[in-house]
Ligand binder design. Sequence first.
Ligand SMILES: Cc1cc2nc3c(=O)[nH]c(=O)nc-3n(C[C@H](O)[C@H](O)[C@H](O)COP(=O)(O)O)c2cc1C
Ligand code: SF4
Length: 421
Amino acid sequence: MGGRSQAPSRAPAGPARLLPPRPENLRLHLERVGPVPYRGRAGALIPDVAAAGLTGRGGAAFPTYRKLEIVAAGRGPTVAVANGAEGEPASREDKALLAAAPHLVLDGLQLAAEAVGATEVYLCLHRGAMPVIERALRERAQCQLDLLPVTVAETPPRFLAGQESAVVNWLGGGPAIPLFTPPRVTERGLNRRPTLVQNVETLAQLALIARFGPQWFRSLGVAAEPGTMLITRYPAPGGCQVAEVPIGTPLAAILGSAPAQAWLVGGYHGTWLPPAAGLTLDNGSLRMLGGAVGAGVLAALPADRCGVAETARVTAYLAAESAGQCGPCLNGLPRIAAALAELAGTRPRHRALADVERWAGLVSGRGACGHPDGSVRFLRSALRVFAAEFRRHERRQCSAGTGRPFLPLPNQVPVSDEDWT
Ligand SMILES: Cc1cc2nc3c(=O)[nH]c(=O)nc-3n(C[C@H](O)[C@H](O)[C@H](O)COP(=O)(O)O)c2cc1C
Ligand code: SF4
């Protein structure tokens, strides 16, 4: 049984805090980080999480202690959900974490459940992670490690399926699409109970804070955003890797020195930025340029790829992934995607770019979830960073010379089947 009676292991010293050198079973996990430090009562862990300054790793960087407090203060029994849906197609880090350190996530889920006084616990994940988690849960059951049984649910591999109200909707037997708010799920979520939805990496970080304390957590990262974070990086020469880096690491150190025409920061709801030596992986640095760390996806677009074509492909994907419940998704995103496809093709109407710019303004700030806003953030940053290239495309030219895709999509959305002129 995990408890404070066992001597805790030494805290990890380098930036590799979450990801172990090799995938861990329960024995390796407990050897590495020690027993689960249950606090014995609801609320007791929250001051440590507040002192650590942990922010959510699922995209919005919301202070984790605040969400714990809100749910813990809710009426009646509460629910805790670990969100491993990872619907963003470019993001691999949650899958990598679940594969390598499933027990750290499960520890975090139990500790968060204890902190909010939950009586039900769920873990949502991709089909691929299911065997690892089922094995981990069997190991934990044998030594009665968990305070509450975990219900595991496989989420559909869709972009919106990981949005917190979509997760709650799915767990409640509905479709994995966002619910209209208010109320927030923290007030009335699964089975109308206050529900904590926390990203799996956030929970793994919480499990380490519970063991090694806020000061240790703050020894990496920057003051306003402490700790490490998992990233999925796509350097310009190609390939994709998941890595754990201190928050505040220079983006050039993450993406490498190979020439790139633009950096995509934060994934498909993120922002294209011109490569710049001074940029670092923290919201303080990125927000000054309209960017954010977001889902932790970082890509360097090589010089021989077309930013217009990449933007058109991703926007077509985002438009197709909408839940089609609200005006901006029903009317706005498909039109924008169609005009972008024209611009990426060989015979755009002369009004196509002006239409994209105008429609982008009509879509943002509306809709029941952040999907239209996130999609437009991505689009607008492309219009800024690839402005010259968009104008070239209006004139039916392309400087990249190839529409060969770079960014990953589940089904490669064809932009054009015609050759470049
Ligand atoms: C369109 C959309 C998709 C999202 N997908 C995910 C996801 O796949 N996984 C995730 O953890 N959070 C996702 N989120 C964020 C969640 O809504 C929620 O904020 C998060 O799970 C909360 O956990 P955190 O505070 O630990 O980050 C998404 C949000 C939006 C708007
Ligand atoms: S804004 Fe779009 S994605 Fe979000 S709930 Fe409405 S239709 Fe669905």
